[in-house]
Design a protein around this ligand. Structure first.
Ligand code: 6CS
Ligand code: FE
Length: 297
């Protein structure tokens, strides 16, 4: 008996736009650190940008740790280290909440963890973490995509009940490939054409070609919602829904644009078997340790 798939994608030749079946915000202003207006903004746009969420001292420590990890992985062939297409420059390091006590503590920061639990309305665990270094001159683009489409098809994430936090370690400006999001796109599920290549992640994390929306669909959603690139000083964060379309341009400036991404998934939305029917992706990309993070007040 085949399993019902609430969000089929990469199952037929045609791309199509389906309706989201899941709530965006589960909690209320009294459940955590986000105000009613902040929750309404997240609900409406599919993301919420907060400047100076971490202060200069906190961000200095995080930035130093990210740089230490980058330098220690320069010669490293570990699976967690992803290099830029066409160069040996480090593009990303995955599972930093596992390999670094500093990023493990970051994931448990009460005001961050509390916001995730408030939005998702339940205890949460870390589905994925990564540092995107977007190095100067070499940092290539991340093409438009919905994280949930990948996490549903390739990781078996059943429903849209996960939230990502992007934390700027360095300044994001108009020049160095800031994160761009399409407001309102989270309300539409963009089912993609084609099928998923075996071990797709060995290429998609460098340059994603499958599970990307078609230009006509992107153009329609961008015409309706626009494109927003939240800029801000180091320490700024963007909370975004797992299904909000986002991407970023390449960085040809001399200066890197490093972000830390933490993805919180509801413990009530734990991964099942991938809906692609393939083997699950490795744990450093999609954690299967569903133990909830404890909120130490
Ligand atoms: O495949 C993934 O899980 C990763 N790929 C992208 C482009 N964003 C989400 C996630 O980090
Ligand atoms: Fe993404």
């Amino acid at each position: 008996m085949t399993r019902a798939d609430p969000y089929p994608s990469r199952v037929s030749g045609a791309a199509e736009v389906l309706v989201r079946k899941d709530p965006v915000v589960h909690g209320s202003a009294s459940d955590g650190p986000l105000s009613g207006i902040e929750l309404e903004t997240f609900e409406r746009n599919g993301f919420l940008a907060l400047d100076a969420f971490f202060d200069a001292q906190e961000i200095r420590a995080l930035r130093a740790e990210a740089e230490r990890m980058r330098e220690s992985t320069l010669e490293d062939e570990a699976a967690e280290v992803i290099r830029e297409p066409g160069s040996a420059a480090v593009r990303s390091v995955f599972a930093v909440h596992r390999s670094s006590p500093i990023f493990a503590a970051l994931a448990r920061t009460p005001r961050l963890l509390g916001a995730a639990m408030q939005i998702l309305g339940s205890p949460v665990y870390v589905h994925q973490s990564r540092i995107n270094y977007k190095p100067g001159f070499r940092g290539r683009e991340f093409y438009w995509h919905s994280d949930f489409e990948t996490w549903h098809v390739e990781d078996g994430m059943p429903r849209m009940r996960a939230v990502s936090v992007s934390l700027s370690l360095l300044e994001s400006n108009v020049h160095n490939g800031p994160l761009m999001l399409i407001p309102g796109s989270h309300r539409h599920y963009v089912a993609c054409a084609g099928t998923t290549p075996e071990r797709h992640y060995e290429r998609s994390l460098r340059q994603q070609e499958y599970g990307v929306p078609e230009p006509a669909i992107l153009e329609g959603l961008a015409r309706r919602g626009g494109i927003i690139a939240p800029l801000g000083p180091p320490g700024s964060i963007v909370l975004f829904d797992c299904n909000t379309l986002h991407g970023s341009n390449g960085n040809i400036t001399p200066w890197p644009r490093s972000n830390v991404f933490l993805v919180y998934n509801s413990v009530e939305n734990a991964l099942e078997a991938p809906f692609s029917g393939q083997e699950p992706r490795p744990a450093h990309i999609a954690s299967r340790d569903f133990a909830p993070l404890t909120l130490c007040r």
